[in-house]
Design a protein around this ligand. Structure first.
Ligand SMILES: Nc1ncnc2c1ncn2[C@@H]1O[C@H](COP(=O)(O)OP(=O)(O)O)[C@@H](O)[C@H]1O
Ligand SMILES: [Mg+2]
Length: 418
């Protein structure tokens, strides 16, 4: 059997607390079996490495491993994603499609945030767990699959059961073995170790000397509550690594990076950071970039409309909201004159050539956008991470702060594998 140390090394897991070692040991022990495992623990404690360990150390390792974030898939499509659908099963189902349970036959499926599964999906899942059977959406044919399930949750499942949001029978099926990862504040001996690892990673990434905490700062780091756990610790390490010129970090400097209010340090009013505004220069810049990107997309949409339609008045009427958003409502008239000029060639005799040309330009613009998007994605990811940390992983608050819907945030979290 692979040793705990070797497993930690292989999966990049830092820490030496007894509870972490116990969790890894359990994962190693259950890996050769087909037992369902439920990984529990707060957001950011490192739940995602457990199913990876279980899969990689199992006889299933040469087959598929699929991680599904149950909270990120809209309720209307989750059955089809998991179990597949037949052609014509619903509007838009023009072809039949295999679901994850069919594709991962012989492998492992990780159901992250399993507490978010709709009740109807829970019934289907229970059946798979009981006898390996499932039925595609819109089909009557029973299919068989051999999938090992590892699920994870950061919600209290007993409460979910009490509120009738989660089936009790499914809970017991899923949690044959439960592996709990304790919050970071309960494994204090790992905190500085993790911080040093992250600090050295970021020093390498940003090509700067590694930051070093003073003794006082280390004490404060250890005493902090870390409600966003390791994810939050990593973010703090990154922020300090990027922003601090002086690489020797005092307790005072560190305090500026720790959100006040949820720490068990003596209450000290921070004069450098507040919890919910974008107070670092970098963040403000990113925010400006996103706003610009959004404006650019709106403008592209409007230009496209004009090119297709050719009649600025119609376009103006149809896109009143958009126009006000881009130009503000004071000087719309003036700006629309410019838009009219843009639209004129469309009406000329050479409409065809003109359209082809502009279409090309439009595509060209799209390509540029793609490149720009790549680097922007990193920044966006960072902004989202920070916002989630600031709100201790509470998506509703983070979504509000970022000015996007909770659903969109879910999708981003899934897209960026947060
Ligand atoms: N023990 C650990 N050592 C190093 N990095 C860790 C450890 N635990 C978690 N992380 C990192 O912290 C972040 C959050 O972990 P993740 O597994 O996504 O948390 P959860 O799924 O519990 O919310 C990830 O970037 C992960 O790589
Ligand atoms: Mg997770």
């Amino acid at each position: 059997m692979e040793s705990i140390q070797a497993t930690k090394q292989r999966f990049g897991i830092i820490g030496n607390s007894a509870t972490l070692n116990r969790a890894i040991e359990k994962a190693i022990q259950v890996s050769p079996t087909d037992i369902s495992v439920l990984v529990t623990g707060e957001s950011g404690v490192g739940k995602e490495s457990i199913p990876k360990i279980i899969h990689q150390l199992s006889h299933r390792k040469h087959n598929k491993y699929i991680a599904v974030n149950c909270g990120a898939i809209p309720e209307g499509t989750i059955d089809s994603e998991l179990f597949g659908h037949e052609k014509g099963a619903f509007t838009g189902a023009t072809t039949s499609r295999s679901g994850y349970f069919e594709v991962a036959d012989g492998g492992t499926i990780f159901l992250d945030e399993v507490g978010e599964l709709p009740l109807t999906t829970q019934v289907r899942l229970l059946r798979v767990l009981e006898n390996g059977e499932f039925i595609k959406v819109g089909s009557s044919k029973v299919q068989k699959t051999n999938v090992r399930i590892v699920a994870a949750t950061n919600v209290n499942m007993f409460e979910a059961i009490k509120k009738e949001k989660f089936r009790e029978d499914l809970y017991y099926r899923l949690s044959t073995v439960e592996i709990n990862l304790p919050p970071l504040r309960e494994r204090q001996e790992d905190i500085h170790l993790l911080f040093r690892k992250f600090a050295s990673d970021f020093a390498l990434k940003y090509k700067m000397p590694t930051i070093k905490l003073s003794d006082d700062a280390i004490q404060n780091l250890i005493k902090f509550r870390w409600s966003g756990n390791i994810r939050q610790l990593r973010n703090v390490a990154e922020q300090i690594s990027v922003l601090e010129q002086n690489r020797a970090i005092s307790a005072d400097t560190l305090r500026g990076y720790l959100p006040s209010g949820n720490s068990n340090l003596p209450a000290v009013i921070s004069n450098t950071k507040s919890e919910s505004d974008f107070s670092s220069e970098r963040e403000i810049l990113y925010k400006v970039l996103f706003d610009m990107k959004a404006d650019l997309n709106d403008l592209k949409k409007l230009t496209m409309e004009l090119m297709k339609n050719g009649n600025a008045k119609d376009v103006q009427e149809d896109n009143q909201g958009l126009i006000e958003k881009i130009y503000g409502d004071n000087d719309t008239e003036e700006n629309l004159e410019d838009l009219q000029v843009l639209a004129i060639p469309q009406k000329s005799e050479n409409t065809k050539t003109y359209t082809a040309e502009t279409n090309d330009k439009y595509h060209f613009a799209e390509e540029i956008e793609e490149e720009e998007t790549l680097s922007l994605h990193d920044k966006e990811l960072e902004l989202i991470k920070k916002s989630l940390d600031r709100h201790s992983g509470k998506r509703k608050l983070a979504a509000e702060e970022l000015g996007i819907s909770e659903r969109t945030l879910y999708r981003k979290i899934k897209q960026f594998d947060l």
